[in-house]
Design a protein around this ligand. Structure first.
Ligand SMILES: NC(=O)c1ccc[n+]([C@@H]2O[C@H](COP(=O)([O-])OP(=O)(O)OC[C@H]3O[C@@H](n4cnc5c(N)ncnc54)[C@H](OP(=O)(O)O)[C@@H]3O)[C@@H](O)[C@H]2O)c1
Length: 283
């Protein structure tokens, strides 16, 4: 049985990995900040040495981009040093390491999709701290998968899909950015590619987003349509929408390596969203 340590297990992605994995195939250690703070180096090393996982999946992060701007030290402590601490464990124990990362490592000014071979150029503290995390993982481990994704939504009280649905219950006119572009990716589809990769030895950096792209406005239209709501949404610049945070404007990742390896295809974002909304309607 593969021993898998899911760090940041209460994250959208950590929950989705737990939902999708086959418990007959894997023994899972789940930890989130209450059980194990990734910034506490000795605790992280002890946990790793005692439990000796075959795979470490690091979903722990400060993902609130506004908070990262306000508290850069916190962002670097968790997103960079946390990743470093886990990489040290992976190196010591020979575990494979999965580091989740983001399109925010690019500045979003180039109106073309980025491949894994493009130079990182973050403009936000979140992006810079995630770049630092990636670099630690590259420096300390060989057996790593750095998986960058984009506009992730899953089981959380705080993501674009759920915030929009909540607001649509009480408001009629929702201002949504028409100048921010991305590829909405369900945590479940991201979980599936992570679980696929850890069974391989195809190490390196991957872009893993759902196929296709859209503006926040188009994303919101599709969410409300699938939810059967007729709430009016108004296209505005990102600076005028509370549903947009400090982020790259053009956040499109090309899943170039997955495409040339020709072994795994992510679904289209609309298909993925439909599946998520069907589940949402049932609950
Ligand atoms: N969300 C996106 O759109 C997106 C896009 C691309 C990539 N990613 C990356 O994908 C990964 C997962 O994202 P997500 O949206 O699923 O994350 P999330 O839901 O925001 O969860 C992050 C988790 O990390 C925990 N955490 C924070 N500080 C910690 C610490 N010091 N020690 C241990 N755990 C700590 C958080 O706990 P608290 O909630 O108690 O703080 C939370 O449970 C992250 O690496 C993120 O950068 C996310």
């Amino acid at each position: 049985m593969l021993k898998v340590w899911i760090v940041g297990s209460a994250s959208q992605l950590g929950k989705a990995i737990n939902d999708v994995l086959d418990p007959l195939e894997m023994e899972v250690f789940n930890t989130d900040v209450d059980e194990l703070d990734v910034t506490q180096t000795d605790d992280v090393l002890n946990f790793g040495e005692i439990n000796r996982p075959d795979v470490i999946i690091n979903c722990a992060a400060i993902t609130d981009t506004e908070l990262c701007e306000k508290e850069p030290e916190l962002a670097y402590r968790v997103n960079a040093l946390g990743a470093r601490n886990l990489s040290i464990v992976a190196r010591k124990t020979g575990a494979k390491m999965v580091q989740l990362s983001t399109d925010d490592v690019f500045d979003g000014t180039v109106k073309a999709a980025h491949t894994e071979f493009d130079e990182m150029s973050p403009k936000t503290v979140y992006g810079a701290s995630k770049r630092a995390g990636e670099n630690y993982v590259r420096e300390f481990t060989h057996k790593h998968f750095i998986v960058r994704s984009n506009w992730v939504y899953g089981h959380s009280d705080n993501n674009f899909v759920n915030n929009l649905l909540k607001a649509s219950e009480t408001e009629d006119n929702l201002p949504i950015a028409c100048d921010q572009f991305g590829s909405p990716t369900s945590a479940r589809d991201l979980a599936k590619i992570v679980l696929y990769l850890i069974k391989t030895n195809e190490y390196g950096t991957y872009h893993a987003t759902c196929q296709g792209s859209c503006s926040r406005y188009e994303f919101a239209q599709e969410i409300l349509k699938l939810a059967g709501k007729d709430t009016r949404i108004v296209p505005v610049p990102a600076s005028q929408s509370r549903f947009s945070s400090v982020r790259p404007d053009y956040a499109i990742l090309d899943n170039f390596i997955l495409r040339i390896m020709n072994v795994y295809e992510m679904p289209h974002w609309k298909e993925s969203l439909r599946e998520y909304m069907e589940e949402w309607k049932e609950n």
